[in-house]
Unconditional design. Structure first.
Length: 73
């Protein structure tokens, strides 16, 4: 189902050049637009916030044999 134009919201985001350059680099490597990458970041952030609200859930990042529990402030 296509999204109607009037269902979209616009938000202007101002970023430091260094941060934008890193986001742009990641988007280029993944062959997606910066906008799509920001949408992915937002979806991941929403999931993280939901997990934080549930005392029986945790967001765990695993790199190799190291695990890290993420706590959002």
């Amino acid at each position: 189902m296509a999204t109607k134009i009037n269902e979209l919201k616009r938000y202007t985001l101002v970023l430091p050049h260094e941060l934008y350059d890193e986001v742009k680099r990641i988007a280029d490597v993944r062959h997606i637009s910066v906008v799509e990458l920001f949408r992915k970041f937002i979806r991941l952030g929403i999931l993280a916030m939901k997990l934080e609200d549930d005392p029986e859930s945790a967001l765990i990042i695993r790199e190799g044999d190291k695990e890290q529990v993420v706590k959002l402030i």
